[in-house]
Design a protein around this ligand. Structure first.
Ligand code: MN
Length: 498
């Protein structure tokens, strides 16, 4: 998927005029070289734009406000070349609203032992300036990312790149609009939540529409449009008839094509980027949206089943964060279904009735069309596949009544031990970290839901940074997790986040 905006990040260098014009010329020249080389390295997903060196309060304040106003600016990366008195930064920082990164770096990698003198020290004192500025940001309680390393170091560049994706998640979150087809499933707790709080804290707009309106948009799709898309399906996916008549099978598939086109037109027309459905309220739809939703998810729409708008919005945010990534491994809504508790082979089978995003698929998905207990409609067509393997993260945003918590679990996706020929849905299988039992207990103690927004392409650090900027508690479960430590963390969180 592609983002609508041409995002860039501003590179702002802190200095002062105490050391004269020549030093400031060198500062600007160093910045130019660094920005050019960082842009040319091909690691950063978005371009860096060098801004004039910041040396006094008025210029700093103006620059931060320009960053606020510039729709294409997704964040500011600050670097202290010299000592920059931090009182000059107070007003600008106070008024700044976008993601902020403090890059602890230096133009020269090595101390020039043979030539170093006090002139060099005065001109190149990042170690000094970093502390003055960093102290001020901490004192002001501003959430920012701090990344240390020489700017030519590939690891430092990768961390900058990862933070840029977090920043995109932050600025884009305020533009996420979820279309809720009907309301949440009755009696279910974890799919509920405070929608006003979600808009206030996370920026999400969450609007309900009667399912009949979406059904009308679907009914309006022409046969020729449907046929063209069905042809595309048949060219893209394997077909497993399961003994059905080929013509009858194709008619079932066409229903999903019609839903895909009609629903996407409705989403585009009304400017929504994520959608929830509810099997209990399908009005004029002939089938529960399966294949249709899977395709929309692959295009970058968020999705949550049974009215789960929190998961839909999280999937959307995470897809935005991975936008434009080279060889992504996939991002999808998933649901915990069944355990495998055999010692040494423990894990949790992930699936849903239908709607797993094929971006996770480890090989060509196949279309199958089989009965579904839920929904009281004809047999829905769906894409069936197994997921890729490797490390990923499952996130669950829960509403604790007075606030949100984001649980982020590091998991290892594995190949199923055996094929499951009678299971006609897409699946993943993972073992949560640090191990099956501790991970499982930790997820439940933290209050994690059965739906998650899962990705192979982002790290726990990125999602925790996203939550921190949003002011939402993040609970990371991973290799270091112990139940005792987690309980203490949750107790602490209950004091900090109210
Ligand atoms: Mn579900």
């Amino acid at each position: 998927m592609k983002l609508k905006r041409q995002y860039q990040f501003w590179f702002c260098i802190g200095s002062q005029d105490l050391y004269g014009e020549e030093v400031l010329r060198n500062v600007a020249e160093h910045g130019r070289i660094m920005v050019d080389k960082l842009n040319a390295a091909g690691v950063l997903p978005y371009p860096l734009v060098l801004k004039p060196t910041l040396i006094e309060a008025a210029g700093i304040r103006r620059t931060f406000n320009e960053a606020n106003e510039d729709d294409n600016c997704a964040g500011v990366i600050t670097w202290m070349h010299t000592f920059s008195p931090a009182k000059s930064w107070i007003q600008g920082l106070k008024e700044y609203r976008k993601p902020l990164c403090h890059f602890l770096t230096q133009f020269n990698e090595e101390i020039p032992y043979d030539d170093i003198d006090m002139d060099f020290m005065n001109e190149n004192q990042s170690a000094h300036g970093d502390r003055e500025y960093g102290h001020m940001v901490t004192r002001m309680g501003i959430e920012r990312k701090v990344i240390a390393g020489h700017w030519s170091d590939p690891q430092a560049q990768q961390r900058l790149a990862a933070w840029m994706r977090t920043a995109i998640g932050i600025v884009e979150s305020a533009r996420v609009r979820v279309l809720r087809m009907a309301d949440n499933m009755r009696n279910v707790a974890v799919t509920e939540g405070d929608k006003v709080e979600a808009q206030q804290v996370l920026g999400w707009q969450l609007d309900a529409y009667p399912s009949s309106e979406i059904a009308q948009a679907v009914a309006a799709v022409s046969d020729s449009d449907v046929n063209a898309l069905v042809d595309e399906y048949y060219a893209t996916y394997d077909i497993i008839l399961d003994g059905r008549d080929p013509q009858e099978f194709r008619r079932h598939v066409a229903v999903q094509a019609k839903i895909e086109i009609g629903m996407e037109r409705f989403l585009l027309e009304k400017d929504y980027h994520a959608v929830v459905t509810h099997f209990g309220d399908l009005e004029g739809l002939q089938q529960l949206p399966g294949l249709a939703i899977q395709r929309l998810e692959q295009k970058g729409y968020g999705f949550g089943p049974e009215g789960d708008w929190k998961t839909a919005a999280m999937v959307r945010v995470m897809k935005l964060m991975t936008a434009g990534m080279k060889d992504p491994k996939g991002t999808s809504m998933l649901e915990d279904y069944t355990y495998n508790m055999v010692p040494g082979k423990e894990g949790i089978l992930q699936a849903h009735m239908l709607e797993i995003c094929p971006s996770l698929a480890d090989s060509k998905p196949a279309i199958r069309c089989l009965p579904l207990l839920m929904g009281n409609r004809e047999d829905p067509a769906r894409l069936v596949f197994t997921s890729r393997t490797g490390p990923g993260i499952a996130t669950s945003l829960i509403d604790l009544g007075s606030r949100f918590r984001l649980i982020i679990h590091e998991v290892d996706c594995k190949r199923n031990e055996k094929p499951m020929p009678k299971l006609p849905v897409a699946t993943a299988f993972w073992t949560p970290r640090p191990d099956f039992k501790t991970g499982l207990e930790a997820w439940v103690i933290a209050g994690g839901a059965h739906h998650s927004a899962f990705t192979f392409d982002l790290s726990a650090e990125q999602m925790a940074d996203w939550a921190a900027h949003m002011g939402v508690e993040a609970v990371v479960l991973g290799n270091d997790t112990t139940i005792r430590g987690l309980k203490q963390e949750l107790q602490l969180g209950s004091l900090i986040y109210r």
